[in-house]
Design a protein around this ligand. Structure first.
Ligand code: EPZ
Length: 409
């Protein structure tokens, strides 16, 4: 593929930032919000809580003048990321009642660390009938440790940080998530008048304030979309310029791509990716930020299926994030799963076949593999893809990919 692609705003930054607008009764304007089924769900959730929301051309205007602390079960159940309304509702109303988010195909997705953090701030947490209710007469700053069995929790850090902005006193989160999306949320909260320092490091300090006011913010570019396009370009031996991509959010991915024979250069606010000769096998282990991101594991597996030799991919964040392996095998990839690792015997050319998407990043991996395979590949259930990628097929077509969306009958 050749040409230029413009990167959309980050889904995983936008969702908690949209939830954070519940912390004030004043209007907030958020720009570069990607138009995805996940962000459209979050708009519905904010409206079901009583907020007025306008979303057009990537700009979101939200005014949560009067809200209720009870989120619609059906809506929250459908999108795991909606758990991040718990912190803002507790902060603003001292009460939050939401349905326990179901697990999903990549893992159980517990929320024990979220609840541990909110309880540390003084919330009484009850779980009954598939709902979690958190109530607090007062929220007091506290020192807490949010590390879990696979490192920290991104949305758990977001939830506690948002509630703590309106608690009395100082909160210190130890073993906080360091992802750029947590930093983007902290920047938005500080623009609203919060007092947060240390975001991006394992120790975040939040000094509570009386009230938060409205603010404007532009969401950071989506680093996972960037990684997906870098890998797609590498897999098709192309040369692509990514506009609005931030290389500083992707050090681990750029490092591994370089080892695999795909070069990524910065040019101003853009990145240029091109192949450097044959693909080479590499070993990957997914880790919390700034390690190799779990959300890029599936896409990388598609690339390494094309690299002659043995690559070992170890997934350390989620317990079952290898659903794409069996589908890649249908395209001719030779991959064996050994516990938390997938052993990829790369180099055999892939040939197109009908495959089934199982989750958001697996569907991106199947599109990448289909772009590199001989013949046609039909990826079914692309509603998974539409959860997290804005107009992916149109963006790929603009780069010369032969891809089209077939409307479900
Ligand atoms: C965020 O999910 C992202 N989603 C995920 O992206 C991403 O994969 C994940 O962070 C890890 O980077 C959004 O931001 C909307 P976690 P989150 O809490 O916050 C365990 C995508 O494809 N854990 O950091 O829900 C958990 O089981 C999605 O865009 C607990 O044990 O993930 C997992 O093993 C997929 N207890 C690990 O921590 C808890 O209370 C990381 O989970 C919470 C999490």
């Amino acid at each position: 593929m050749h040409g230029e692609v413009t990167i959309s705003g980050s889904k995983n930054a936008a969702l908690p930032i949209m939830a954070a607008t519940l912390l004030t009764d004043e209007p907030c304007v958020i720009r570069r919000v990607p138009d995805l089924s996940d962000t459209r769900f979050m708009v519905q959730i904010l409206e079901s809580l009583g907020a007025s929301v306008k979303f057009e051309d990537g700009t979101l205007t939200v005014r949560a003048k009067k809200i209720r602390g009870y989120a619609d079960y059906e809506l929250v159940r459908k999108m795991r990321g909606s758990i991040c309304i718990a912190g803002p509702l507790l902060g603003r109303l001292r009460k939050a009642r939401i349905s326990l988010p179901g697990g999903c195909i990549i893992g159980a997705r517990p929320i024990n660390l979220h609840l541990k953090g909110l309880a540390a701030l003084g919330a009484k947490v009850e779980i009954e009938g598939g709902y979690v209710t958190a109530t607090a007469k007062k929220l007091n700053g506290a020192v807490m440790f949010l590390g879990g069995r696979s490192g920290s929790t991104v949305l758990g850090t977001a939830n506690v940080m948002m509630a703590a902005t309106l608690a009395e006193g100082v909160t210190i989160i130890e073993s906080a998530a360091c992802e750029p999306e947590v930093v983007d949320l902290a920047n938005f909260l500080n623009a609203m008048g919060a007092n947060i320092s240390g975001a991006g490091s394992p120790t975040i300090t939040i000094t509570g304030v009386e009230k938060l006011h409205g603010a404007e913010h532009e969401v950071i570019p989506d680093r996972i979309e960037v990684a997906t396009f870098l890998i797609a370009a590498g897999a098709t031996n192309g040369e692509v310029t990514l506009c609005g991509a931030r290389a500083d959010h992707l050090r681990a991915v750029i490092d591994k791509l370089s080892e695999a024979g795909v070069s990524v250069e910065r040019s101003g606010a853009n990145m240029i990716v091109r192949r450097k000769g044959k693909l080479k096998p590499v070993d990957i282990t997914t880790l919390p930020y700034s390690g190799f991101p779990t959300d890029v594991q599936a896409q990388m597996m598609s690339l390494l299926a094309l690299a002659p030799g043995i690559s070992i991919i170890t997934e350390r964040i989620f317990e079952s994030r290898f659903m794409h392996v069996s589908e890649l095998a249908r395209l001719g990839a030779e991959i064996e799963i050994e516990g938390p690792s997938a052993i990829v015997k790369g180099g055999r050319p892939l040939s197109g076949a009908p495959v089934m998407a199982s989750d958001l990043r697996a569907s991106a991996a199947l599109v990448i593999a289909g772009l590199a395979a001989k013949g046609a590949t039909q990826v079914n259930r692309i509603y998974h893809l539409d959860r997290g990628y804005e107009k992916m097929d149109a963006k790929l077509r603009k780069l010369g990919a032969r891809i089209q969306r077939i409307e479900e009958k």
